[in-house]
Every structure is written in structure tokens, then in C-alpha cells.
Design a protein around this ligand. Structure first.
Ligand SMILES: [Zn+2]
Length: 185
């Protein structure tokens, strides 16, 4: 392999889209700027909710956050949901298969006990299912099923921009951890 092949290039994202990168193991959040408001995907660990709010403030510069979507409902992706709902009254959407898990607040499936995390309960306003199309920024995103890491996880694919937002279904150079202890075979 030549030196040129080792150069790692950063992807060029559309102007409407920002990635808030967090430390291991908290999730990365995606922020979309729309004309008068902003939208966020995934909200980080509960014990980092104050940091999530501060990072979001810097990203959206006074715009209201009106919508929050979750790729899946593990503790590091939903931990900031309650704080965001409290501050912005944000409309919150989860994968359709996750809604009953949120409803009964299943500590095991939410990886709260497994990851020794705390999260406050939050309200689910809507659900998304595979086959839906959602408008984020000025782009249409196909909602696709991505079971494996999480049985009900959804990913978002923009054919126009050739970008996929994978949650934990795919990691850089790898795929996400599978939890047989929770799901059996
Ligand atoms: Zn996860």
C-alpha cells in the first residue's frame, strides 16, 4: 500500500448536516439545520445530558430544536431525550419496535443495567417503520431496518447524497456489537 492510500479523508457532508462526535461509548449525534429550526438524531448518555445540551447549543445557535429521532433505544442513544424534551418540548420519534420497550421501560433491553447507566423516562410522540421516508434538512431519507446490534434498529439512507446514518448497526471499519445475552441465538 502506498502512502497515498493511507491518507484518511473526512467525508464532505451537506451544509444542512452536522455530526457531534462523542467519546467512547456515548453515541454520536447528527444535527440537521432547517430554515427556522433544527432536528437531532440520538442524544447520548443520560449522565452526559448537560454536555449534550451544551454541544447542541453550539451547533444550532439559537434555533429551536423541534424534532428528535432515535436510531434505536440503547442507553447511549436515548439518555439525553428527557433533557431535550424538558428544554425544547421536542417531538420525539423512535423505531416502531422500540415503542413498547420504552412504554414498559425495560432496563435490560435499554441497556441501562447492562451498561450501568441511568436515563430518565421520556414521552414517545411518534414511531418510524422500515419503508418510511423522512425529511431531514432538505433531504429525503429512506428508513431501513438494520437488525443485529439491536433487533428494532433503523438506519437512514439518503440516495441523493449517498450517506447512511447507521446508529450502531455499522461502526467505522466494523459492525456494532451484538448482544446474544439479551436476544438468545
Ligand atoms: Zn446501541
Amino acid at each position: 500500500m502506498t502512502a497515498a492510500h493511507k491518507v484518511k479523508t473526512r467525508p464532505i457532508l451537506p451544509r444542512c448536516m452536522q455530526v457531534i462526535e462523542r467519546g467512547w461509548l456515548s453515541c454520536n449525534s447528527i444535527v440537521f439545520q432547517e430554515d427556522r429550526h433544527a432536528v437531532m438524531i440520538d442524544s447520548g448518555y443520560g449522565n452526559e445530558a448537560a454536555e449534550t445540551l451544551a454541544l447542541l447549543d453550539r451547533a444550532i445557535l439559537g434555533k429551536p430544536l423541534t424534532r428528535l429521532l432515535n436510531t434505536h433505544c440503547h442507553s447511549d442513544h436515548i439518555g439525553g431525550n428527557a433533557a431535550l424534551q424538558k428544554k425544547y418540548r421536542v417531538h420525539t420519534t423512535v423505531p416502531i419496535g422500540e415503542a413498547p420497550i420504552i412504554e414498559r421501560w425495560d432496563d435490560e433491553e435499554l441497556l441501562l443495567t447492562y451498561a450501568d447507566q441511568a436515563a430518565q423516562r421520556f414521552a414517545v410522540d411518534a414511531t418510524l417503520a422500515p419503508g418510511d421516508v423522512v425529511r431531514l434538512g432538505n433531504l429525503d431519507w429512506q428508513v431501513l431496518a438494520a437488525p443485529g446490534h439491536d433487533h428494532h434498529a433503523l438506519i437512514f439512507f439518503s440516495p441523493d447524497e449517498r450517506i447512511v446514518i447507521t446508529g450502531d448497526a455499522l461502526w467505522e471499519n466494523d459492525f456494532g456489537v451484538v448482544f446474544p445475552a439479551l436476544r438468545g441465538d
